[in-house]
Design a protein. Structure first.
Length: 311
């Protein structure tokens, strides 16, 4: 899993994700929520190159606007590198060069992918020889989505999303992602969910204490059947995201009018993910959304989790 510690640079790549199912439990006393989610890793990637350095630093490039990203110790990739150094006793530092393709604050786990790729790249650069299981444990300390960015594929996440169980998936699912020009705060969307439930307490069923993933989702993934999956896509965070950003509803309608089987807000938004029947349909939908002056990209899944690449 590691490469020689004398190597001048270590390159790791990790995928973004789509929550094809997300059920949120009641708010706990600590303010958090238990969730049950079905993750699918998709072919939008974050590339992290780790260079030897005396301290810890990060710089960004890529196909998305990174001008608003923090580059100090609050950045999740820096936190990942420091955590690995602390846990392994490594006394040096690292400069992280990150090329981003996953939308920022878009509900697709781009920051989590940065952290996962950083753990893998720094382990390789420093020759600390952590096992994959040890890296997954560290990943869970960094955020709920980071372990999945390491493992990739398709998985069920419970607890806060970090307790993973692999899920069997056949074939490939084709997505078109409508990427918003703004981000959304995950805590703000969860807070709006709590308010939404309070407002409609007499109209909707009580939220479960321990949510579960619908069995129909697992059946659709096992069958590799896009239309079956479309019937069971669900996201409890979609309603609060639409309340905070009503324009997302128009995007959902536009995609479904132009050939998508269905669409949903990805995670806490604002990225809207459209499921299509095949690669040709995805291309046609991408063209239609682009003609409406939306930023649209195609992706497929499931794909591998974080891995080392030659540089």
């Amino acid at each position: 899993m590691t490469i020689a510690a004398t190597s001048p640079v270590a390159h790791a790549r990790a995928p973004g994700k789509i929550n094809v199912f997300l059920k949120v439990g009641a708010r706990l006393d600590d303010g958090y929520h238990e969730i049950a989610t079905a993750y699918q890793a998709v072919s939008l990637y974050e590339d992290v190159r780790a260079h030897p350095a005396d301290d810890f630093s990060v710089s960004f490039g890529g196909s998305v606007d990174t001008s608003g990203l923090e580059t100090d110790g609050s950045n999740l990739a820096i936190k990942a590198a420091r955590l690995l150094a602390r846990k392994t006793g490594f006394r040096g530092g690292v400069h992280l060069e990150i090329d981003k393709s996953v939308p920022i604050a878009g509900g697709m786990g781009g920051g989590s992918a940065d952290a996962a790729a950083t753990l893998l790249a720094c382990d390789a650069l420093w020759g600390t020889e952590a096992t994959r299981e040890e890296l997954v444990i560290l990943a869970a300390k960094l955020g709920a989505d980071v372990p999945f960015a390491l493992t990739g594929g398709t998985a069920i996440g419970t607890g806060r999303g970090d307790q993973l169980s692999p899920a069997l998936a056949q074939g490939s699912f084709h997505w078109v992602l409508a990427i918003a020009e703004f981000g959304m705060s995950t805590p703000a969307v969860y807070a709006e969910l709590d308010r939404h439930r309070e407002r409609h307490v007499h109209d909707i069923s009580p939220s479960p204490g321990v949510p579960t993933v619908d069995a129909r989702v697992l059946q659709a993934l096992r069958a590799g059947d896009a239309r079956m999956l479309a019937e069971s896509l669900h996201n409890d965070l979609q309603a609060p995201a639409l309340h905070l950003a009503p324009g997302l509803g128009q995007i959902l309608e536009l995609g479904e009018e132009n050939g998508a089987i269905t669409g949903l807000v990805s995670g806490s938004g604002p990225t809207v993910a459209f499921l299509t029947s095949d690669a040709d349909s995805a291309l046609e939908l991408q063209v239609a959304l682009s003609a409406s002056r939306l930023t649209a990209v195609r992706a497929h899944g499931p794909v591998h989790g974080a891995r080392l690449l030659p540089d």
